[in-house]
Design a protein around this ligand. Structure first.
Ligand SMILES: [Zn+2]
Length: 59
């Protein structure tokens, strides 16, 4: 995914910055512990599409 895109987009829940998980192709919000999917290079920034991360997973 384009790194410039990562600088533009923000978490729809807390408006914080994401970290990108290259292995799982997900955008991680550490604050909300949500992982948003990236499908065909396009981030899906929908809260109901996000996956809740297990607690204490540090990335
Ligand atoms: Zn967030």
């Amino acid at each position: 995914m384009d790194h410039r895109l990562l600088e533009i987009i923000a978490c729809p829940v807390c408006h914080g910055k994401f970290s990108y998980d290259k292995e799982n192709l997900e955008l991680i919000c550490k604050f909300d512990r949500l992982a948003f999917p990236v499908r065909d290079g396009i981030p899906v920034l929908l809260e109901n599409e996000a996956r809740a991360l297990p607690t204490e997973e540090s990335r």
